[in-house]
Design a protein around this ligand. Structure first.
Ligand SMILES: CC(C)(COP(=O)(O)OP(=O)(O)OC[C@H]1O[C@@H](n2cnc3c(N)ncnc32)[C@H](O)[C@@H]1OP(=O)(O)O)[C@@H](O)C(=O)NCCC(=O)NCCS
Length: 145
């Protein structure tokens, strides 16, 4: 059964392995540990029984949050795990007083853009060549209500 729970420091190795399965901007161990330990950050993990199969990390200040990364193991993609992570993250952030979530995504990352748009995020800006020549960043946001 797939469940979503807060990640702990014992999950860092598994989160790192998730990131190494093809994410284009992997996070460092330090930044993943900070997501788990810092007061204004959160990391949620998706598990299939005991196996960590994905995670999402975000930071928040006052009523604004920013999603740092979301990743699901390749063999579990397209099964709604990303959506489950997002649903729990939204509830968590709302309980912390967040009213708007921001994120950025590379313009050619179709699965991530599909996930965000299906979750009700809208594009409000773009940064040309942010990730290198011809590789734009798209900026998305979603108001929580
Ligand atoms: C982006 C990612 C997390 C999506 O996770 P996922 O578990 O496969 O997503 P889901 O199965 O929950 O799908 C969520 C929605 O996106 C859509 N979607 C997911 N993958 C898609 C794809 N390849 N093409 C089109 N739509 C897609 C689904 O149809 C679904 O829509 P719905 O909610 O209306 O049913 C996953 O592809 C991933 O880990 N990618 C590599 C890491 C990455 O690029 N992260 C983003 C960095 S900004």
């Amino acid at each position: 059964m797939i469940t979503i729970n807060p990640a702990s420091l014992t999950d860092v190795d598994a989160i790192m392995s998730t990131e190494e399965t093809g994410i284009s901007h992997p996070w460092t161990r330090d930044s993943i540990e900070a997501l788990i330990s810092d007061d204004n950050k959160v990391a949620l993990k998706a598990s299939d029984d005991d196996k960590l199969i994905g995670y999402v990390g975000a930071s928040y200040v006052l009523d604004e949050a920013e999603i740092g990364n979301i990743c699901v193991l390749p063999e579990y993609r397209g099964k709604g795990v990303g959506r489950m992570l997002f649903d729990e993250l939204r509830k968590y952030l709302k309980s912390k007083g967040v009213s708007v979530i921001f994120l950025e995504v590379e313009s050619d990352n179709e699965p991530a853009i599909a996930l965000y748009e299906h979750q009700g995020f809208t594009k409000y800006n773009a940064r040309k060549n942010y990730y290198g020549e011809g590789r734009d960043a798209l900026l998305y946001k979603k108001e929580l209500n």
